[in-house]
Design a protein around this ligand. Structure first.
Ligand SMILES: Nc1ncnc2c1ncn2[C@@H]1O[C@H](COP(=O)(O)OP(=O)(O)OP(=O)(O)O)[C@@H](O)[C@H]1O
Length: 380
């Protein structure tokens, strides 16, 4: 998915004990009355990182961003940016800029005046403003639109003006609150890649708030998954997807099958789980689990095979069922398979070949199966 993947692959300052974080939240709590919006949260973000805060509505992600911008003060804890404690520093004196979902462009001003606005307020000399505005217009590819008013632009173009305006002051950190929320799906996807390119070119640190997991997965170097004011997991998109640290994260990101059960044996990096539905599962796992403990096995639909014949390893990591539902999505097909105990398992397969000679059909008896490294074992 990531076009810049090959360049970015070696970018992992968080994995290097020698690198110093650029932004640190240290035990930050924010209360509104007796309501705790952010709860004793600690988090490090590194220079040039594209960092995403992801979570359901109300989990506290915007509050966290607003505290970094200086629009809210933490009730307790510290926020450090580039070695400086931000306590008491007003928003306009912080080296951060925030871009809002609504873009907040001035409707009566042209594109170039919108971009120039903050620079004028800062008292930048006229000639320098003109140069900077031209540079910004070029960056967001809107040179031809300089004299237009916001209402004469498309949603995507307005979004780029807002971006140019937030970047004009050369903030060290750009904070983006649902930056692509107003765009339709296609434009949103294109703009995601534009944003990533811009961030790379300018070498900035981006912190983006989103509730759209695909957006976070596509753009971010790392994602913090939040729930009720706490960070549940911070990791790269691939780690979050392939190795969620909890049932919450597994469930929140993408589609997943969860098999609940009890640990029957755990040794040599493998765990055997007797599931409630009677499917015996053996899974590679580095988790420390004791026999008899409750556990859940999470397996993504694309890791589940659907076959007419029982696999050789059956009944281990395999179960018989019936095709209950078929969703044809063009690029892939999703099967819902009802196992004998009534549990419905989701399996997906890529439609890499155009015509299927003998496709699986409704009500057909099939086997679902998976390998020992297809999923993760989660402590309950
Ligand atoms: N000024 C305020 N006064 C009281 N409660 C607030 C205030 N600002 C936020 N909250 C509450 O704090 C919680 C977190 O809000 P926040 O805006 O950070 O959530 P969010 O994760 O960004 O959600 P969304 O995706 O809906 O914007 C919410 O329950 C919200 O109602």
């Amino acid at each position: 998915m990531k076009s810049l993947g090959s360049i970015r692959r070696s970018f992992a300052p968080w994995a290097d004990p020698a690198s110093k974080p650029f932004i640190s939240f240290k035990n930050v709590t924010k209360k509104f009355g007796d309501f705790t919006a952010v709860d004793d949260l600690s988090l490090n973000i590194y220079t040039r990182e594209f960092f995403a805060l992801l979570g359901a509505s109300g989990c506290g992600k915007s509050t966290l961003l607003r505290m970094l911008a200086g629009f809210e003060q933490p009730t307790s804890g510290e926020i450090i940016l580039d070695g400086q404690n931000l306590a008491g520093i007003p928003p306009y004196r912080r080296p951060v800029n925030m871009m809002f979902q609504s873009y907040a462009l001035f409707p009566h001003m042209t594109v170039e005046s919108n971009i120039a606005f903050g620079l004028k307020q800062d008292g930048m000399p006229k000639q320098d403003i003109a140069e900077r505005v031209a540079q910004m217009l070029k960056l967001v590819k809107l040179e031809k639109f300089a004299k237009r008013k916001p209402h004469q632009l498309s949603g995507g173009q307005r979004q780029r003006v807002a971006l140019a305006r937030s970047l004009a002051k050369r903030p060290k950190v750009l904070l983006l609150d649902e930056p692509l929320g107003a765009l339709d799906k296609k434009l949103r996807e294109e703009t995601q890649f534009e944003l990533m390119d811009l961030q790379q070119q300018l070498g900035l640190t981006f912190v983006v708030v989103t509730h759209d997991q695909e957006e976070a997965m596509t753009m971010a170097d790392r994602i913090a998954v939040m729930s009720y004011g706490k960070v549940v997991q911070v990791a790269t998109p691939a780690e979050i997807y392939e190795a969620p640290n909890s049932r919450f994260v597994a469930d929140f990101i993408g589609d997943v099958n969860i098999f609940d059960g009890t640990v029957a044996a755990a040794e040599d990096g493998r765990v055997r789980v007797e599931t409630a539905g009677g499917v015996p599962i053996r899974m590679a796992s580095s988790e420390k689990l004791s026999t008899g403990a409750r556990a859940a096995v999470a397996i993504r639909p694309e890791k589940i095979r659907v076959t007419r014949q029982a696999p050789q390893h059956a009944p281990l990591n395999a179960a018989e069922g019936e095709i209950w539902d078929i969703g044809y999505l063009g690029d892939m097909t999703v099967f819902h398979i009802r196992l004998k105990d009534g549990k419905v398992v989701k399996a997906s397969s890529l439609n890499a070949v155009r015509a299927v000679e003998d496709p699986l059909g409704y009500d057909q008896q099939v086997w679902v199966s998976f390998g020992e490294d297809a999923g993760v074992v989660l402590k309950d």
